[in-house]
Design a protein around this ligand. Structure first.
Ligand code: CMC
Length: 375
């Protein structure tokens, strides 16, 4: 095999997948465009599509919803484990630890494909329940059981706030879950596939993927983008800052993408909804700030918003605390991670690339007394 070197694996095809297609012109989940799915499918339907390769019929949809409901309650030791965690610990760190801990009460037996499909549904419910339980404990409230009849997105809001959400909030959370559910060989999914390739288990792969998603160059960007917007009281302040930031060659969070160089399909879908939300809530000032950052990025730098840019502000206008944004990304991407794990396991080859050595040349180990202390 010829050896080649591409920092960050840019441009390298590292595997084959039928789960999704990401390119300049389109984003497909198993052949369906993201625009079509965003308009016509719920998160549960997308979850079924990603895991089982088809959109569900009525009975299958009812089945997946009742399985998600059944898997929602957390084992008591998991709730107890959440209680003493200091308030200063980020929700992503709590989620990473709690998913790993919850797996000690994994009710699914076996490691075959059918078992992993069920385990993926169990993880989907447990992740959502952990987020809500931590949210309530942070606010001095007791975690509550799920309420029958609520869809996945509405259930997350219900288990956080203790009351069924309004339709607009439930629909928007559902939309972000659909948009975040899958994105081909992104960093966290790749981490998940690498872990799978050693014949490790789904939960270990998901815990590793959560760690990869947390970083601000990946999923952490939705929180970082909102932190940035919060610095400004007006569009004018934002305009001034972005001019200076670009002059300093600063990275602007929520912009740019390794694959998309002419815009992120998901950002366009979400931005349209965000504009409606801001108008409905009388929060036009936020759109002025949003556009003040976006315009020079797009018009002068030709760097486009990715999905995390409109997502941060959408969650903010829905009244969600910033610490919840990347965990909600996890609550969605568990679908894609699981589908990739199953696909990788089906046709596995260990991931083991080469590196280019850039260290010192061969040298002898000096005796201890001849080694100089550093500094
Ligand atoms: N702000 C300012 N300049 C940027 C940005 C940005 N957000 N993104 C890229 N650039 C510039 C970069 O400075 C470089 O310029 P030059 O060639 O003059 O040095 C050029 O564009 C190429 O950038 P790169 O970082 O080499 O490109 P990449 O393919 O490695 O980066 C990226 C992709 C997502 C890491 C990067 O765009 C970035 O850091 N964006 C901010 C973080 C972010 O929003 N991440 C979310 C990614 S998408 C959704 C998700 O996974 O959550």
């Amino acid at each position: 095999m010829p050896e080649s070197f591409s920092p960050g694996l840019e441009g390298v095809i590292a595997g084959e997948t039928a789960v999704a297609c990401v390119d300049q012109g389109r984003l497909l989940y198993r052949g369906y465009t993201i625009q079509d799915l965003a308009e016509n499918a719920s998160f549960e339907e997308v979850l079924h599509l990603l895991l089982y390769e088809t959109l569900p019929d009525r009975d299958q949809l009812a089945g997946i919803k009742s399985t998600l409901f059944k898997f929602r309650p957390l084992a008591e030791p998991v709730v107890q484990m959440l209680r003493p965690i200091p308030k200063s610990v980020s929700m992503m760190d709590v989620l990473r630890s709690a998913v790993s801990y919850a797996a000690h009460w994994d009710p699914i037996r076996g490691k075959d494909e059918a078992a992993n499909g069920q385990r993926a549904l169990w993880l989907t419910s447990q992740i959502a329940a952990i987020i809500a339980a931590r949210f309530r404990l942070m606010n001095g409230l007791e975690p509550i059981p799920p309420k029958e009849g609520l869809d996945h997105a509405a259930q997350i809001l219900y288990q956080c706030h203790g009351e069924a959400p309004d339709q607009l909030s439930a629909d928007l959370i559902d939309l972000t879950l659909v948009l975040y559910a899958e994105h081909e060989f992104n960093a966290s999914t790749f981490a998940c596939r690498v872990i799978c390739s050693t014949l490790s288990d789904l939960t270990s792969a998901v815990v590793g993927a959560i760690g990869a998603l947390k970083g601000p160059l990946h999923g952490g960007a939705n929180e970082a983008a909102m932190e940035m917007l919060l610095k400004f009281k007006s569009g004018e302040e934002a305009r001034q800052w972005i001019r200076e930031a670009l002059a300093r060659k600063e990275k602007v969070m929520g912009f740019g993408h390794r694959v998309y160089k002419h815009g992120d399909h998901r950002a366009d879908v979400l931005e349209r909804k965000l504009r409606q939300l801001a108008a409905q809530k009388g929060q036009q000032r936020w759109m002025e700030i949003y556009d003040a950052i976006k315009e020079p990025m797009v018009n002068e730098k030709k760097i486009f918003p990715n999905v995390d840019y409109p997502c941060g502000l959408t969650y903010y206008l829905l009244g969600l605390p910033i610490d919840l944004y990347t965990p909600l990304f996890v609550a969605a991407r568990i679908a894609g991670w699981s589908a990739h794990f199953i696909e990788q396991a089906r046709n596995n080859r260990l991931y083991r690339p080469l590196s280019q050595y850039a260290g010192p040349p061969v040298r002898p180990v000096p005796p201890l007394e001849q080694r100089k202390q550093a500094g």
